[in-house]
Write a protein that binds this ligand. Structure first.
Ligand SMILES: Cc1ncc(COP(=O)(O)O)c(C=O)c1O
Length: 384
């Protein structure tokens, strides 16, 4: 092997020693069903973020509208009429003035935070925030403090001590946390943002399509839609397509079009994808029964494992259900045992989650059946 890469080979060996190696495994999903095939074996898929089953349906039902390439960035020739339509639809759904699309949810967080927070500003970021928020903070020239997960007393103390030293302060949080499925305390964060003249940014990646009467997200569910001025979303989870978006005041989206490098310097979303996303947004608004079904399945799973597993208490049963097992090796072993039973549940290990909290992350879809949930519950109980 080329000796210049010895250091990389050594690192990979180290990952192996820690039970932390990640490998890409080709897995074929079956159109219209929450089933994936790996090594010729079918498994019920409890690992995708297709919370409403729309991605699985799309390949069977959607007529193709438009091309699979956009040809250029949105500012050059890549911005299609259907992209404008989707932006307008999302802004209306989110009850904001404006919306701008990004190539992915990751790009939306990265580009927005790094564009808005400048030298002389402060960012307060939750310890459990998604990697794309963390990287957006790192790219920004602002100073940042990471506060303990959901600890609003810590946020209040930081604001009390530091607010006056900074021109602007941004508080950034996932709304629904991706690896725990719990909610950010958005009402208290809104109160703090108001009291300390700060700007709250919420990443609704796992909230959009799932929570709220109209399905627009956790901000709607908690009644703070009009108090969180900048919200970031993805088209890749409940919306079942691909891409990201930011909603907020017109001045903010206009500024992002001028300053968010991950949007300006990346090829725009292709029209075929955007029209699929638009059709799915319309479907989500028109079919609240999918959300209701998802919550029922979540409650069903929680009830059936309650005697064996301690789960975070939640007033609303969300679609992400974490089963914390501890070590990396145990998590991988547990995931393999479920796979042997025909159930795909990914083992999530550090650095995605804190050391010692490796877990099985179940993500539910309204397309799962009661019988599949019961099989999963029985297998999870069998692990204890
Ligand atoms: C909380 C959160 N934000 C952002 C993203 C990135 O979204 P996308 O997959 O569209 O890049 C994810 C995806 O895993 C996420 O979990």
């Amino acid at each position: 092997m080329d000796a210049r890469f010895d250091w990389i080979a050594k690192r990979l060996k180290q990952f192996d020693g820690e039970g932390a190696t990640r490998r890409l495994a080709p897995r074929q999903s079956q159109p219209g069903r929450m089933v994936i095939q790996s090594d010729g074996i079918n498994m019920v898929n409890f690992g995708s973020n297709d919370y409403l089953g729309l991605a699985a349906e799309q390949s069977t039902q959607r007529p193709e509208h438009g091309s699979m390439g956009s040809g250029a960035s949105a500012l050059v020739t890549g911005f299609s009429p259907v992209a404008l339509q989707l932006q307008q639809r999302l802004a209306k759904w989110e009850a904001t003035e404006s919306c701008v699309l990004f190539p992915s949810g990751f790009a939306a967080n990265l580009g927005t935070i790094s564009a808005l927070a400048e030298a002389g500003d402060l960012i307060l970021s939750d310890a459990a925030n998604h990697a794309s928020i963390i990287d957006g903070c790192r790219l920004s020239k602002a100073q940042r403090f990471v506060y303990p997960h959901n600890d609003t007393s810590a946020v209040a103390a930081l604001l009390e001590t530091h607010r006056r030293r900074f021109a602007r302060v941004f508080i950034v949080t996932d709304s629904v946390f991706s690896m725990d499925g719990d909610f950010a305390p958005l009402e208290t964060l809104c109160d703090l943002a108001d009291r300390y003249d700060s700007i709250l940014i919420a990443d609704e990646a796992h909230g959009t399509g799932v929570f709220g009467d109209s399905g627009s997200g956790l901000c709607e569910h908690l009644g703070v839609k009009h108090r969180v001025p900048i919200r970031i979303g993805t088209l890749s989870k409940a919306i079942g397509a691909m891409g990201g978006f930011v909603v907020g005041p017109q001045v903010v989206t206009e500024y992002l079009v001028n300053r968010a490098r991950s949007m300006i310097y990346s090829t725009a979303l292709p029209p075929a994808l955007v029209s699929a996303a638009l059709a799915n947004v319309i479907q989500i608004q028109e079919e609240p029964q999918r959300r209701a079904q998802l919550f029922e399945l979540s409650q069903r799973l929680r009830d059936r494992v309650a005697s064996k597993w301690r789960l975070p208490p939640m007033s609303t049963p969300g679609q992400i259900v974490p089963f914390v097992v501890g070590s990396n090796e145990e998590a991988v072993r547990a995931s393999q045992r479920l796979a042997d039973a025909g159930l795909f549940v990914p083992a999530i290990r550090p650095p995605t989650v804190p050391a010692g909290t490796a877990r099985l992350r179940v993500s539910l879809s309204s397309s799962h059946s009661d019988e599949e949930i019961d099989r999963l519950a029985e297998a999870l109980c069998g692990l204890r």
